[in-house]
Design a protein around this ligand. Structure first.
Ligand code: XMP
Length: 318
């Protein structure tokens, strides 16, 4: 695709020109936008790019490991993995309110990132995976969903950080970002990942969050996602994940009575994420997912499927 190749060549030249021999910092999240931005910038300036990946302890199973493998090892990018789970989990202890949790996670993220970025001496630029719809959203009057949920990663990083911004994807729509990503050699599967909220599993463990619940949820979610890929369904739905309810119910395993948590499997189909329908996943598939979660994840003995549309429900549960 010569248009994309042109775009990449043009942007690489612009980045080189703008950055010179200065250092650039980028917060890598594992998501599509920051990853594509990182690979593009890395193509232009190589090791002058310093990526920071913060493991909040609220990410999907093995996310840090996968990011280091995919982008550190394969693309040979310079990435610092910051293990900050303790910090996030301890700040969240005893907090059940969703908005409160979002604020805590957002603030902590800014703190950790700020600390880490100051350790990188002489960095002049902060790169972000801002795409065109983010630019529009931040210019428009905030809609109701912004009021209901403060999306902490829209609106960017702390203003007190004195960096010049580098946003090479600012003019692109999501589908274009994906194409650029594939053209840059990022595997298809990574470029077509579902969106993942900034507060992560912090808002998918309903109510109070602790390490044990996060671990249980990571395992269950991983099974669901793995089955979606295996059954060629992942890209047929817009966003899919598991939610952990702080509700225990009675079950039976062998001849033992169990009393464990309930997991909810959620999958939505949507174009703009403002309205959505629940995915009509095949019964047989749901049966496989439910069976695997209950058999393989200790701590869950019941699985429900969310059949609510948006509105009036939202895609996330918090
Ligand atoms: P809802 O639940 O409002 O979600 O239907 C719509 C889309 O927004 C994502 N979402 C968030 N993303 N920080 C984010 O970065 C957040 O606090 C947040 N809350 C919801 C959600 O995953 C879905 O894609």
């Amino acid at each position: 695709n010569w248009l994309l190749t042109n775009y990449i060549e043009k942007t690489v030249a612009e980045i080189k020109e703008k950055v010179g021999d200065n250092k650039v910092i980028l917060g890598l999240s594992g998501g599509v936008d920051s990853s594509v931005a990182a690979v593009l910038i890395h193509k232009a300036i190589g090791d002058q790019l310093n990526c920071i990946f913060v493991d909040t302890g609220l990410l999907r199973k093995d996310e840090g490991k996968k990011v280091m493998e995919n982008y550190g090892k394969h693309f040979k990018m310079n990435i610092k993995l910051v293990e900050a789970s303790e910090r996030f989990l301890s700040k969240l202890a005893g907090v059940g309110d969703p908005e409160e949790k979002r604020k805590i996670i957002g603030n902590e993220f800014v703190h950790v990132f700020d600390e880490e970025s100051h350790k990188i001496e002489g960095a002049k630029f902060l790169a972000q995976g801002t795409i065109y719809p983010d630019v529009i959203e931040s210019q428009s009057v905030k809609g109701p969903s912004a009021v209901i949920k403060s999306h902490h990663n829209v609106g960017g990083l702390p203003e007190e950080m004195k960096f010049e911004l580098l946003e090479p994807l600012r003019e692109l729509f999501k589908d274009e970002v994906r194409k650029v990503g594939e053209e840059l050699g990022i595997p298809h599967e990574l470029v077509y990942r579902h969106p993942f909220p900034g507060p992560g599993l912090g808002i998918r463990v309903l109510g109070e969050v602790d390490t044990e619940k996060v671990k249980i949820l990571q395992e269950a979610d991983d099974i669901f996602i793995e089955e979606l890929y295996k059954n060629d369904l992942y890209e047929k739905v817009s966003q899919a994940f598991v939610v952990l309810l702080p509700v225990k119910s009675v079950g039976v395993m062998g001849d033992e009575r169990t009393y464990e948590y309930t997991a909810v499997v959620r999958s939505a189909n949507t174009i703009d994420f403002m309205t959505a329908t629940w995915s009509r996943l095949p019964y047989e598939f749901l049966d496989t997912v439910s069976g695997r979660i209950i058999n393989e994840v200790r701590g869950i003995n019941r699985v429900a499927y969310d059949i609510s549309s948006k509105p009036p429900a939202t895609i996330e549960w918090e």
